[in-house]
Design a protein around this ligand. Structure first.
Ligand code: FES
Ligand code: FES
Length: 168
């Protein structure tokens, strides 16, 4: 099935089996290996990408469902040599060890910041009417879909905090 997805600003028209996940489309058919396959079952968040600005697990979504969509992967975040502020925050806070979960953590943080800017509450938001205050509890909750087997969580928390400060 011919499927055209705009990936990091470039249209990618690929003939795919309808069972192909978005993750395999990106990694195996387009050759962008930055998005990682951890569990392939929606449990780890390593495959997180942004689809039309919203973060999703690419392993849980079929490529054919995204015909005409805009996908942003970790490869599309930097502006030439200049890192995206979220990438810079992870670097500044040393928020990784092996780095396998990091592309997903970074894409998830980009999505998180957009959700907070749009005033979207989470499970732990106390005041559903006002703007969201990005407390540590909010960050932990909103990043809970991204597992780090190296357990770099304190640094990841600090990186999200730093990125939120840069975005404010
Ligand atoms: S690889 Fe998609 S959630 Fe783990
Ligand atoms: S840095 Fe190794 S899994 Fe997170």
């Amino acid at each position: 099935m011919l499927t055209t997805i705009r990936v990091n600003g470039v249209d990618r028209a690929v003939e795919v089996d309808p069972r192909t996940s978005l993750l395999d489309f990106l990694r195996e058919r387009v050759g962008l290996k930055g998005t990682k396959k951890g569990c392939d079952h929606g449990q780890c968040g390593a495959c997180t990408v942004l689809v039309n600005g919203v973060r999703i697990n690419a392993c849980l979504s079929l490529a054919v469902m995204h015909d005409g969509d805009e996908v942003l992967t970790v490869e599309g975040l930097a502006d030439g040599e200049a890192l995206h502020p979220v990438q810079q925050a992870f670097l500044s806070e040393d928020a990784f060890q092996c780095g396998y979960c990091t592309p997903g953590q970074i894409c998830s943080t980009v999505g998180l910041l957009a959700e907070v800017a749009a005033g979207q509450p989470s499970e732990v938001t106390a005041d559903l009417a006002g703007p969201v205050t990005l407390s540590d509890a909010e960050i932990r909750e909103r990043m809970s879909g991204n597992i780090c087997r190296c357990s770099a969580y304190p640094q990841i928390l600090a990186a999200v905090r730093r990125a939120a400060g840069a975005a404010a």
